[in-house]
Design a protein around this ligand. Sequence first.
Ligand SMILES: [Zn+2]
Length: 75
Amino acid sequence: MAVYQDSSYLIRCDHFDFNVKRAPGTSASVSGIYRCIGCGQEIVVKKGQLLPEYEEHIHGFELGPPRWQLIVFIL
Ligand SMILES: [Zn+2]
């Protein structure tokens, strides 16, 4: 879970990118923190970089295939 000290550095936003579930190997549309909706692991990815491929992020089979959701967007 992303944690912060000073809320003045964050802005609440309902941008559509927060609702997209991205497959492994997908190019990040924005820089930010992405969370695996299966296991909860969070990673930082820059705009244009690829989210981890299936072989780069492995979690329990029972958690389903990895999908990445943007949780913090960096302007
Ligand atoms: Zn995972």
